[in-house]
Write a protein that binds this ligand. Sequence first.
Ligand code: RP5
Length: 297
Amino acid sequence: MLSSLETSPHAHVKPRIENPSGYPDRFPVPAGRVSWQVEYPEYHPPVFVADAVRTERREKGDSGWADPNPYQMSTEERRSFVRSVLARMKGYGESFVYDQETGLPLNPRGRSGIRGQGLLGRIGENTAADPMLFRVHAGRLEVLLIKRKSLSGNGQWALPGGMVEPGDTVSQTLLKECIEETLAAKKTLSLQEKQDAIEKLRQMLDFDTKGTEVYRGYVDDPRNTDNAWIVTNACMRLLDSNELEAIRTNFGEFRAGDDAAQVAWKTVDQSLLDTLYASHAELITLAIESLEGSSDK
Ligand code: RP5
């Protein structure tokens, strides 16, 4: 059974302390008023949709990753839009909550102080996948991390995760993100050589059969809003020395892709966990518990 991520005393810890760059100030939400069950008549948070989301919507329409802004729709348009949002939402163990005035889905963990998509593309759930690659190096457990670029991550170290694109499965995304963020293929490879290397890596990492899914659900991402939030599928692999050698042969050393500022193996200790992005410290902790559980057997 998958573990739950209830480590925070209340939801939206990260959004309160790390409002991403470009976000307006969040409407104050005292700890006792986070829950939608608690009345908060003065609550009037700003609606915010980041430029990147508006541009994606304008240029790509329904074929892109951004929803239209439901706060600019007529009641009729919004009703039909909400139906399409609900049809794709999975719930991930959370109860569905709706805004009585607009009909829009509300963040299942409560008030965040901002309405609209913020930097996220989708109203409702934004589904991500987080690959967690571990190795034992000089007797210590290390995890492969990237340093996020500043726009949506304040330059923090993080798992090399990413959003599941339409038509992709979670395991395809896990592999894709490993490659895009941490294994920028050697520039000298031909297209065919690159494809061959990716296929070898797919067979080797094989998250479907060799990976352990340790978590599926809500994450406390600083970009979350009242109407848009991230859910992730976190899956781990402990790589052995043969696998690491095979990766080196096919891709060379781990290198940051376009979305990451740096990539590095980091020793897992408390000082690392204290600084990680979103809920990644909790995800890594769950992975370690799972590793310890399997070594006890
Ligand atoms: C986090 O955002 C998830 O855990 C995942 O790592 C990440 C996905 O967002 P992008 O990296 O695509 O911005 O909440």
